[in-house]
Ligand binder design. Structure first.
Ligand code: GLU
Length: 487
């Protein structure tokens, strides 16, 4: 049997990082068993449809290197892969369910349903449809249909049955069918609901394993019923409901409002896709060898469905962005310089001098955690700094102007081209004579040439700027200090 997994996002907004988290499991699991990973677009909620969202999903999968084997633009023999293009299929199975008595037409008006809900709320009962239309006679149904009264098709959920969902993560979960609502399967606009669409498509697309968020677990008994009614019991996929990604600080789910829930955030901040995937795998799964850093391929190799070694299981997975930052830094440091240069060039779309990035890479590699950190660290190499008095005031030198003036004089007479040892020796001697710490003098030079406290190594930066530019900047810093009446 071929392993076939799928992700079934709804194009209702920009993709959440939790979608990628699910895709990662689907993808890795399919690859591990030489199976197929499928992308299906569940676009049946027309009210929530967002134009362009589908493309953003495609782009995100591509960015993470998690491209499907089958899908809307990828093709495949089980298409179409957009639910909106499969409406007649759902109608066919809905009709079958009606004929079998497992589903029924419901003509109840919005007002009646509203009244019912209010009544149930008052009686402190869970809101549930009261099966009012299940007893309609064939003739009554025909009459209503021919007079075009709007209708939905509902699942006829039997009472008092135990429905067992065998979940790879949660184990066997038992549901009481009496608590399950007669779910709408086909809406009044002719579109299926999620439940109808997901079952029909998972079956027809021969899906064998479903990795999805634990929030879908309560829906699964409805799906199991549908499989049973449609005679597909033997094809129920293996379910693995993944722990939710939790906000590290607060209670609850990682929310989109918190910024880092959206996939775009990671691209914009300069996280590496492979580091994000490693991080996502690591928060719910323990590598058998205890290592924290592992590639997707290594994950694929070591990941076993049973026992599914989940560190946190149903309690959810804390999403600590600081940990990701650390991990991203580790990936950057391990990356060959040429590769890092390439990534930076791709990331820094509007950078004024992309060809000047490569020589900086060895200088900044140890100092950045994200690609975006490159900019504040190296900006001064491409344009003159804007001085800020408070930064000079952080330095441990009292008579700044006077000291910098002497530095200026020394720089002017230093033999060109400047050599590292000579530069070092000159200012060490200078510090000693002036009763200053050498480190403080170098820090003053750093601020004078860059306007900032943290830069790549000083002498390397100085060499990149060139002797004349450095002398000019020190002079400009002097002018700045004078104009601010710093002694
Ligand atoms: N369309 C659902 C979603 O948006 C799919 C859930 C599932 O994987 O079954 O997440």
């Amino acid at each position: 049997m071929e392993v076939r997994t799928r992700i079934a996002p709804s194009p209702t907004g920009y993709p959440h990082i939790a979608t990628i988290y699910q895709v990662m499991f689907d993808f890795v699991f399919a690859k591990k068993y030489n199976g197929k990973f499928i992308l299906r677009i569940e676009d049946t909620d027309r009210a929530r449809f967002v134009e362009g969202a589908e493309q953003v999903i495609f782009d995100s999968l591509k960015w993470f290197g998690l491209e499907p084997d089958e899908g809307p633009v990828w093709g495949g023999e089980y298409g179409p892969y957009r639910q909106s293009e499969r409406l007649d299929i759902y109608q066919k199975y809905a009709k079958q369910l009606i004929e079998q008595g497992n589903a029924y037409y419901c003509f109840c008006s919005k007002e009646r349903l509203e009244e019912l809900r209010t009544k149930q709320q008052k009686e402190k009962k869970a809101p549930m449809y009261d099966k009012n239309c299940v007893t309609l006679s064939k003739e009554e149904i025909e009459k209503k249909l021919s007079s075009s009264i709007p209708y939905v098709i509902r699942l006829n959920v039997p009472k008092n049955q135990k429905i067992i969902v065998s979940d790879v993560v949660a184990g066997d979960v038992v549901f009481d069918s009496s608590q399950i609502d007669d779910q709408v399967l086909i809406k009044s606009d002719g579109f299926p609901t999620y439940h109808m669409g997901v079952v029909v498509d998972d079956y027809l697309m021969k899906i064998t394993h479903v990795f999805r968020g634990t929030e879908w677990l309560p829906s699964t008994p409805k799906h199991i019923l549908l499989y049973k009614f449609l005679g597909w019991e033997d094809s129920v996929p293996k379910y693995a409901h993944l722990p939710l990604l939790l906000d590290p600080e607060g209670a609850g789910k990682l929310s989109k409002r918190k910024g880092h829930a959206s996939v775009d955030f990671y691209k914009q901040e300069g996280y590496l896709p492979e580091a994000v995937l490693n991080f996502l795998a690591n928060i719910v799964w323990n590598h058998p060898d205890g290592q924290e850093i592992f590639t997707l391929k290594e994950f694929e190799k070591a990941f076993e469905l049973e026992p599914f070694k989940m560190e946190v299981k149903s309690q959810g997975a804390r999403f600590d962005i600081r940990k990701l930052e650390w991990m991203n830094g580790e990936y950057i440091r391990k990356m060959p310089d040429e590769e890092l240069t390439k990534r930076l060039q791709e990331f820094l779309v509007d950078h004024p001098a992309k060809d000047r990035i490569a020589p900086l890479v060895p200088l900044i590699k140890e100092r950045i955690k994200k690609l975006s950190d490159f900019i504040p660290l190296t900006d001064f190499l491409f344009e003159k700094p804007e001085y800020d008095l408070s930064i000079f005031e952080k330095l441990k030198i009292k008579n700044l102007n006077e000291v910098l003036n002497k530095v200026f004089e020394d720089l002017k007479v230093m033999e060109k081209p400047w050599k590292s040892e000579n530069f070092e020796k000159t200012f060490r001697n200078f510090a000693e004579k002036s009763g200053l710490k050498a480190g403080d003098v170098f820090q003053l030079i750093r601020v004078a040439v860059s306007g900032q406290i943290v830069t790549p190594p000083l002498f390397e930066s100085v060499k990149i700027l060139g002797e004349d530019e450095v002398i000019e900047r020190v002079n400009e810093a002097l002018v700045f200090l004078k104009s601010n009446r710093v002694a």
